[in-house]
Design a protein. Structure first.
Lengths: 236, 236
DNA sequence: TAAACTATGTGTGTTAGCGTACATATTCGC
DNA sequence: GCGAATATGTACGCTAACACACATAGTTTA
């Protein structure tokens, strides 16, 4: 079995990959597409390849905040095997691209019957929890510049290049701040020579400096994700 | 088997309870006790009876924030079965009381071998994730009064009475705000006749009004926890 | 190429929460 | 009961982010 371009799928045993492959469907995800809505029952799960999906909590008054980001290191739809079947959040495509789609029932079946598959999914879930928890702390303590930096790092880590297609308005929705706040923060980063941007396009040109502008939250999440991923070396 | 006074243990099949009971040890947890430290390997898990445990993320500079609360509806130490063995947070006793303690390896064993046990633990984990995520949103958008109200509700839901033993200093650590901010917010709630407090003791005297002072976050988390709990009706 | 739309920039006043400093009140140890 | 330790109250200036208003600059459509 060749590279499946998604860390979780790659970590499966060759056997499991063979079982899985015929069930996977490659689909395109377009920017802004809502994969599932708050409390909606999930019919499919998605393993991003080069797309990024954000999990957003949306309040009654419409204000929102991202609680986690999922790229080719993960899977969208953990509620399927966690037993709840839905979650009170929205999953929205933050960066257009492709993903493998799998019927929810198939994942659930394999999760229940295959211990390896289960461990894989649970370890990933734990790293997702860490990300969410760190977001909570970050929202409490850090400035918009720090959070924007963290967010950009999380994004480019999940993309093949350092460019992302994303308006400041959308970033503001993710971070749960005003669009003007993002304009200001992005302006600062640009003045520092860390990024350049123009109308819907952002390029990171100095990653080390971006890391230094970010808070420790990025590092904590990354380190924990790496630690958990290191358990998941491929077996055959 | 009588009532075990912890929702999760109660939801086990009678068989499972019989297996479990000899392994459980009733322990006292004192206020402020650290159950486990950041990235510390877990030797035991704890099922609170009338105690409350907070999961805190602590930053390098010492500032902190609570990401979830665990009472007799849950278990402290999910990392044991999620596969990571540790998490980058601290678990600290927020309200003194008792808990059942179980060796980590026992829980892990039963989690892997007993599908019922597994589903139970995973559903609970999902509700914990919801709580963490909602905390992230709440930290972003809501005032100290709202957050304090939410926090008080979460606490008294897990206690037998409406009184809690807790200094404003500790609450401030949980919420990740200044102690003075808590003093001010608590003063407002007292002036409104919602709570009374004196030196380390807080009493909720008008719960409905406390709910109206809180943000929607409390409701969202509670509803989701109830939904997930409703799956876990005891089987025999 | 003009008009409509979308994205970004900028300014002004407001406010919640912060940091700091210190005062007062309550409880504990001896 | 007295001093030390701990908990709470209050005040002042400061700052980041807010809400709102509007200007400018690209991009799409007709």
């Amino acid at each position: 079995m060749g590279q499946l371009k998604n860390t979780l799928l790659n970590a499966l045993t060759t056997d499991a990959q063979h079982r899985m492959f015929p069930l996977l469907q490659r689909v395109n995800l377009s920017l802004g597409e809502v994969i599932y809505e708050t409390s909606e029952k999930l019919d499919y799960v998605y393993f991003p390849i080069d797309s990024i999906v954000s999990l957003l909590y949306v309040m009654i008054d419409g204000s929102s905040a991202e609680v986690s980001v999922i790229g080719n290191e993960g899977v969208v739809g953990i509620a399927v095997f966690m037993g709840g079947e839905s979650t009170p959040n929205r999953a929205i495509v933050q960066s257009a691209g492709t993903a493998y789609r799998l019927p929810a029932c198939e994942l659930r079946r394999q999760f229940n019957s295959e211990p390896d598959m289960r461990m894989l999914m649970l370890r990933y879930t734990q790293s997702l929890i860490t990300q969410t928890a760190q977001t909570a702390v970050c929202n409490r303590h850090h400035s918009i510049v720090q959070q924007l930096s963290r967010w950009l790092l999380l994004s480019i880590d999940r993309l093949p290049s350092n460019n992302l297609i994303m308006t400041q308005e959308l970033i503001a929705n993710m971070l749960g701040v005003r669009r003007e706040g993002v304009t200001e923060a992005a302006g600062k980063l640009q003045k520092l020579g860390v990024i350049t941007y123009k109308r819907g396009h952002i390029s990171v040109i100095d990653r080390p400096q971006l890391e230094s502008q970010s808070c420790e939250c990025y590092e904590v999440v990354k380190r924990e994700a790496d630690r958990l991923e290191s358990y998941m070396e491929k077996k055959t």
